[in-house]
Design a protein around this ligand. Structure first.
Ligand code: MN
Length: 239
């Protein structure tokens, strides 16, 4: 078996690399989520997102969430979950408030960023929304333009740091927003109207855009649509 390929495939499915390690690594730690590689070069999203922002965001911010997540799971091995998605649903049940907060911020940070990198692509490789996705967007929002306007409004209105999401909730598309590193999978932590399965999301923490756009979050959001990987969004929607 090609171990590099199998490792990448498993990471794509959000499994802890502790599980991957059993495939062949010899020094597995009890909790060892790994930073997923980008599917494109850090400069590949320019001019919409600059290479320096991508590099710092990926190798510093995202990596730091993973380090802290791994520390918390190593100290509390009973909190491990079979998948990263399952971990999101488990955080509300953690009784120690400090541990819960660490998992919420850093487990959420890992889930959100792993999702974010994969729903972006170089502008020439983004594909198009599928007919099924377009039909659902039309049903929920009236048109693609109206969906984009509502999504941008949610992203702009998010005070401070957080995310805006396009989710599937009870079989329908909906736009939500969550603060900090919360996400729509966090049952018991995030309000029920904001829960669902994300198919698209934008990071509106200043670290996602400040180097290039400074305080112009609206300009960042407008530019970001150019690098939305519709091929990936279509797959999330049909899953
Ligand atoms: Mn971020």
């Amino acid at each position: 078996m090609n171990q590099d390929l199998s490792r990448r495939a498993l990471l794509k499915w959000g499994m802890a690399s502790a599980a991957v390690a059993t495939l062949g690594q010899t020094h597995a730690k009890s909790a060892n989520y790994a930073l997923p590689a980008l599917d494109y070069a850090p400069a590949a999203l320019e001019p919409h997102i600059d290479a320096e922002t991508m590099t710092i965001h990926h190798t510093k911010h995202h990596a730091a969430y993973i380090t802290k997540l791994n520390e918390a799971l190593t100290a509390n091995p009973s909190l491990q979950a079979p998948t990263l998605d399952a971990l999101m649903e488990k955080i509300a049940t953690v009784t120690d408030p400090a541990v819960q907060s660490t998992l919420r911020n850093n487990g959420g940070g890992h889930w959100n960023h792993a999702f974010f990198w994969a729903i972006m692509a170089p502008a020439a490789q983004t594909g198009k929304p599928s007919d099924a996705l377009l039909a659902a967007i039309n049903e929920s929002f009236g048109s693609m333009d109206k969906m984009k306007t509502a999504f941008a409004e949610a992203a702009l209105k998010r005070f401070g740091s957080g995310w805006a999401w396009l989710i599937v909730q009870n079989g329908k598309l909906k736009i939500t927003s969550t603060p900090n590193q919360d996400n729509p999978l966090m049952k018991g932590l995030v309000a029920a109207p904001d829960l669902g399965t994300p198919i698209l999301g934008i990071d509106v923490w200043e670290h996602a855009y400040y180097l290039n756009y400074q305080n112009r979050r609206a300009d960042y959001i407008t530019a970001w649509w150019n690098v939305v990987n519709w091929n990936a969004v279509n797959k999330h929607f049909s899953a």
